[in-house]
Design a protein around this ligand. Sequence first.
Ligand code: CTP
Ligand code: MG
Length: 415
Amino acid sequence: MKRRPQTRSTRCLLPSFVAAAVSTTAVSNTAVSNTAVSNTAVIVVAAGSGSRLGESNPKGFVSVAGRSVLERALDEVLAVRPAVQVVIVVPEDRVDEARRMVDGSHVTVVAGGSTRQRSVASGLAALGADVATVLVHDAARALTPTALIEHVIAEVELTGHGIVPGLAVVNTVKRVDGAGAVMDEVDRSELREVQTPQGFPHAAFAAAHVAATGDFTDDAAVFVAAGHRVSVIQGDPLAFKITTPFDLRRAEQLVGSRASDIRIGVGVDVHAFDESQPLWLGGVEWPGEAGLAGHSDGDAVCHAICDAMLSAAGLGDLGSRFGTSDLRFADAAGAIFLTETLALVVEAGFRVVNVSVQVVANRPKIGTRRAEIERTLSALVQAPVTVGATTTDGLGFTGRGEGVSAIATCQLSSR
Ligand code: CTP
Ligand code: MG
């Protein structure tokens, strides 16, 4: 009659930074949408070749532990709150690839130029007049924390100056001649190693860019050349620029040692027995046992696990995700809910670490099939699932044999 687990087609998963994007507006790759974002824009330049890194791909497209330099930089930019307009500047022959990468988000992709300054100009050309504050950020500073980006924005808004993050120089600095002979020592207390993102009032910065003659090594220099003030704020060691193979190894080690975001969720489900139905519990069928009533197949174990997964990911609960009005889930097997729930959790950037579930019921006797249920459920959530069971000493509805209750906890980790 019903209640056979069905397979579903594999959903195309977006990169996590796209899932994190907040835009609900139609995607435009030619003009920046400003409906769902603030009047601050971040231009992320990634159009360089990365010659010093020496990889076959341009630097923005080189992997740092499984995600490209550009994706990692965007992860941090897209986490800025309130959300900002984002333009990424990539080599001309990478525009299509980058557009596919950000498909479904509000990120605009444009082609860069032969120098960094030209690439910044391409990014500026994609901005609307509504933009009040603009930041320019090197994709190569892939691990720059969201907090630093937010600090730069806040300082530009507060002061109206150009704002650049910088670090004190820690090594003694010497001036040398062409042969390497020391001429004198430079007072390092006056020096700062500056980073990105560098932020500016938009109109003044755009005008400074148009007026710039000559090649400047950073955006602050363009702004200062036009007579504007630039202030340095405290930078962050994590905003280092990936330039050499050593830097890439350092970035990979930092990402590898980064503590994952661990989340715990809980879920409970109850269904009453219905003798006229076959029993599905824990994703397996129980011939000869009384079934469970419900809009779906009544598999309280699967449902409790779904709720635990959704709660851990902050995605609501089973009722709000797969309501009883959704005919696709009428009589659906618990396995289908688990598969759909796993897809949501993965799209939100998590993987399941483990699930623990306890069945509270007189019947069926879980112990006889525990290993089979654990295998079935583990395959469905792609992580270890352990199953326990208890009775309630004759107390309550489970004690009276009126139904089954299940309690699940789930641990998720950011991917
Ligand atoms: N950049 C750019 N367009 C260029 C040159 C550089 O958008 N024509 C970007 C880079 O992609 C990088 C940032 O500017 O994110 C800082 O530049 P740099 O670290 O020098 O990167 P590359 O120029 O790619 O590297 P290299 O100088 O080693 O070739
Ligand atoms: Mg360069």
